[in-house]
Design a protein around this ligand. Structure first.
Ligand code: MG
Length: 384
């Protein structure tokens, strides 16, 4: 391993990618940037390349290749474009890959990164949901460490005593409850895009913010936790914790609860993953213990938010159902953000897709992506 940790970032222009670059820039003595990739946001990618000077830059949208190339021509930065190059760039050996491409689109590059990277810090939960067994098997086969960035899983990772695995009674994922926690079921029927995008605690990208409003985010996290920590779903509980201060807990058989606390600032779990197995200083928000709000906990209202129970059903049914759940949600959220469907239609579409799925064996990457595509096409027909 070189003196500095070599970093690759998949999805540098999203909220996680921007925060990761910011943290890395504050510790030039610790990190060197090998590559960054983005989907369509060419202007931001150019700005990031000029500020952070990675060795390689990849834009998925090939129509913007020329623009990227011209902007970076005077510098010693290699420029690439296209889906295949986003996968190929992960064949560069790095110490840590930050996987932050939204949605199942991040699956193929993540799998390849597991082969060539010492560790992969996973911010996007969809690949784990759609291909949990495959991702975990690849990590084992190629001896890559998986570091969760999702705040709940990062919290559990910090307090999970692997040597006491048999003594773990349960994992408890906390959920803020999203913007509609105190809304009535009727009121939620008429929620607008703006209402749903108004998250009370976390500032995140649009897809995950909508997922927080439906609580699908927590449902995906339940599946994510099942695979990451290899725990059965009935040993994973969810509680609403509106203050988002305790990020999750592990309960042990002796009655001890180990929790991780912190401000609702993604820079903390990100810094943990970047510095692991050490820790590093960040300029992220701090908790003021003396001025902290009272911490409260509530049960989930499954009537209003059916997605958590659906996720448990999917885990019982197998990988195909998890793929269906995730793909239907991605299509539905996209349609909602474009104003094509109402808010309650998101969970209706997921339920409909699950009812109509024909469960097949899906284990290898191509079969997973093919199945994912079939579900998406099917759910599109429900919308039109
Ligand atoms: Mg989370």
């Amino acid at each position: 391993m070189s003196e500095k940790k070599r970093i690759g970032i998949l999805g540098s222009t999203g909220s996680i990618g921007c925060n990761a670059l910011d943290l890395i820039a504050h510790h030039p003595e610790k990190f060197s940037l090998e590559y960054i990739t983005a989907g369509k946001n060419c202007d931001l990618l150019i700005a990031q390349a000029l500020t952070h000077r990675p060795k390689h830059v990849v834009i998925q949208d090939e129509t913007q290749f020329q623009k990227l190339k011209e902007a970076l021509a005077p510098y010693d930065i290699k420029v690439h474009a296209g889906n295949e190059m986003i996968v190929a760039i992960t064949s560069h050996e790095v110490d840590l890959t930050v996987a932050a491409i939204v949605g199942v689109a991040g699956l193929r590059p993540m799998i390849n990164a597991l082969k060539y990277s010492q560790a992969v810090a996973i911010a996007n939960k969809e690949p784990l949901v759609a291909a949990g067994d495959l991702v975990m098997a690849c990590a084992k086969k190629y001896n890559a460490k998986i570091l969760p960035i999702d705040s709940e899983h990062n919290a559990i990772f910090q307090v999970f005593e692997e040597h006491n695995r048999a003594s773990i009674a349960r994992l408890v994922l906390t959920a803020s409850g999203g913007p509609f926690r105190v809304w009535t079921k009727d009121h939620i029927q008429n929620a607008t895009r703006e209402d749903a995008l108004n998250h009370p605690n976390w500032k995140m990208g649009p897809k995950i913010t909508i997922d927080s409003a439906t609580l699908v985010n927590k449902a995906l996290e339940l599946i994510e936790a099942h695979y990451l920590f290899q725990m059965p779903h009935d040993k994973i509980d969810v509680v609403i914790h509106p203050q988002s201060i305790i990020h999750s807990l592990v309960e042990y058989e002796d009655g001890s609860y180990l929790a991780q606390m912190g401000a609702a600032d993604m820079r903390t779990p990100l810094a943990y993953a970047l510095a692991w197995p050490q820790r590093m200083q960040t300029s992220g928000q701090r908790l003021d213990l003396l001025r902290m709000p009272t911490l409260s906990f509530e049960d989930v209202d499954h009537e209003k938010f059916p997605s958590l129970n659906l996720a448990r059903e999917c885990l019982k049914a197998g990988q195909g159902a998890c793929i269906t759940f995730n793909a239907a949600n991605e299509v539905a959220v996209d349609a909602f953000l474009k104003g094509k469907i109402t808010f309650p239609m998101i969970s209706h579409l997921i339920e409909k897709a699950l009812q109509n799925q024909n469960l097949m064996q899906v284990s290898d990457l191509d079969a997973i992506l093919e199945y994912d595509k079939t579900v998406r096409t099917q759910v599109q027909t429900y919308i039109m």
